[in-house]
Design a protein around this ligand. Sequence first.
Ligand code: SF4
Length: 267
Amino acid sequence: MTTKTTATATTTTARLVEVFSAIQGEGLNVGTRQIFIRFALCDLRCHFCDSSNTWNAPNVCRIERFPGSRDFEVYSNPVTLSMLLQWVERQNIPHLHDSISLTGGEPLLHASFLVEFLPQVRSATQLPIYLETGGHRSEQLAMVLPYLDSVGMDFKLESVSGEKRFVEHARFLQLCDDSQVEVFVKIIISASTDVVELEQAAQIIAKINRSIPIFLQPVTPLVSPIHAEKAIIAPSPDQVLRWQADMKRIVKHVRVVPQTHKMLNQL
Ligand code: SF4
């Protein structure tokens, strides 16, 4: 049985997994070049998680020496705001990056840190800030929303992830839609997707705003980090075609995009 993290970080230090430069492989920003700041800790336990190394706070983090080199220095956790700022500035060579990606784990578990860090990193790099999130912590989102340019929020289906957060997702998405932030929704689909649940998700999103882009992301097959005996199987082409058509009766924009960074064998 796994222990879930319930408290948010409250100091000006944060626990990181890594900082590196890469091509975004998912969602609305696919193909763009980003500086990734991967935060440690997550309070969800998705069956398909490909970042289960973030679930617990590691003693060390790794920082890429030069953007895209995959040559890393190792530092102790937690790290201070000024250290992180320095590492991001080192990555930010002229004309290379389109934005900074806050990823994890669940970056919003570090909301207090982000409230201090984000205005400083924006001023130092002039880069837009993009948040990747499980989409279930609206209180923490409200704290950092003024510093964000775009948000990619997951909408978890219990039939695929084992997590069901529909009420939290609705509150979170409403908050994004009420603000100036650009937002899209990512829904991971697998062979076990419950179509009723998928349609419920579309109805909830449509009630907030039918024009919010939805990305159906066929799961990259893997062995579940929660159930080692259970394989996570990608949906068939028939399923994907049918589910996209079903959802387009409810919401306007439904795109199907797999994890392209894995096709590139990227980190
Ligand atoms: S929210 Fe993301 S990091 Fe957390 S368990 Fe789910 S997939 Fe993994």
